[in-house]
Design a protein around this ligand. Structure first.
Ligand SMILES: [Zn+2]
Length: 302
């Protein structure tokens, strides 16, 4: 996984190549394209194309979607806006008439669509604001965090708020001494929001979370569902030497009925690593202290 690649590291002529490609797509009949197709039509490497597309998704210039393809003949079988829209069933391919599972991720490809509007994809001055929290010295006082939170509450673009919120949480965790914070480059790739390496962190933190961990942040109105916890766990269980991972939800987690069916029961069920549910209250406490330290210590016993 790549968290730290910076668009500012990409030579300007490469961005020009991609701008030309995207403008050609815009005036053509092609609606959806992938990293692979852009890669095949430019001289850029795949990682560069992926990074740029990720940033353009964050900038609302591109929309990422899921394309389902038949694994037997690769014929396109439908495009979905969200994971949750992909039906969990088998389908007979319209081309080769063989059966396949629509909901198997291996039959998915991420495709992109250009968002309507007359944007030119890349700002002229090349001054990208991405990762400003991580790269630059900012005043990380309590009042800074409070002001930022107020700003988020007024934002009406949930995608932009989600992205800014990831930086905000990343910055908050960066206040822990010795940690190395990386933010995912793409809002729609299914990657986790914040990665924290603790190799050079203080002993208490290393003992608590292991050598590295993830922090997932959600600022959406319905409480987090069980399936989102399962998705998160699938990512953290691949992390080597991770003891605890954190899921921050501003609207909490589903609790289920009297039986243990909700997201919270799922959080508690996992042990390796342990998942810790963080709430609005926890965030307020971290802001109050301008550091997550006491919150993380207090949540040692969940
Ligand atoms: Zn087929």
């Amino acid at each position: 996984m790549e968290y730290s690649e910076k668009l500012t590291d990409i030579p300007k002529e490469h961005l020009e190549d991609l701008r030309t490609y995207l403008n050609n797509v815009r005036t053509s009949s092609v609606r959806h394209f992938s990293v692979e197709t852009a890669f095949a039509r430019t001289d850029l490497d795949k990682a560069t194309v992926q990074t740029v597309f990720s940033v353009l998704v964050q900038e609302d210039a591109l929309k990422a979607k899921i394309e389902v393809r038949c694994p037997h003949c690769t014929a396109q079988q439908g495009i979905f806006t969200k994971r949750s829209e992909v039906p969990s069933r088998s389908k007979i391919c319209i081309d080769c008439e063989r059966e396949f599972r629509v909901d198997k991720k291996r039959n998915w490809e991420v495709v992109y669509e250009i968002v309507d509007g007359d944007h030119d994809f890349f700002p002229e001055d090349g001054q990208w604001q991405i990762r400003k929290f991580i790269d630059e010295e900012v005043d990380c006082s309590k009042s800074f965090f409070e002001q930022e939170l107020k700003r988020f509450e007024k934002m009406d673009n949930p995608q932009k708020r989600g992205r800014d919120f990831d930086y905000f949480v990343g910055l908050l965790f960066q206040q822990l001494e010795g940690v190395d914070i990386r933010i995912k480059p793409n809002g729609n790739s299914g990657e986790v929001d914040v990665h924290m390496s603790c190799l050079d962190a203080q002993d208490w933190l290393y003992r608590l979370v292991g050598s590295n961990t993830f922090i997932e942040n959600k600022w959406v109105s319905p409480p987090i569902e069980k399936s989102e916890i399962i998705d998160f766990y699938e990512k953290v269980e691949d992390l080597p030497n991770c003891r605890r991972a954190y899921f921050l939800s501003m609207s909490g987690f589903t609790k289920g009925q009297r039986t243990k069916t909700g997201a919270l029961a799922k959080v508690r069920a996992y042990k390796d690593p342990i998942l810790v549910d963080l709430y609005r209250d926890d965030l307020d406490q971290m802001i109050e202290n301008a550091s997550p330290e006491s919150t993380l210590r207090n949540r040692q016993m969940y």
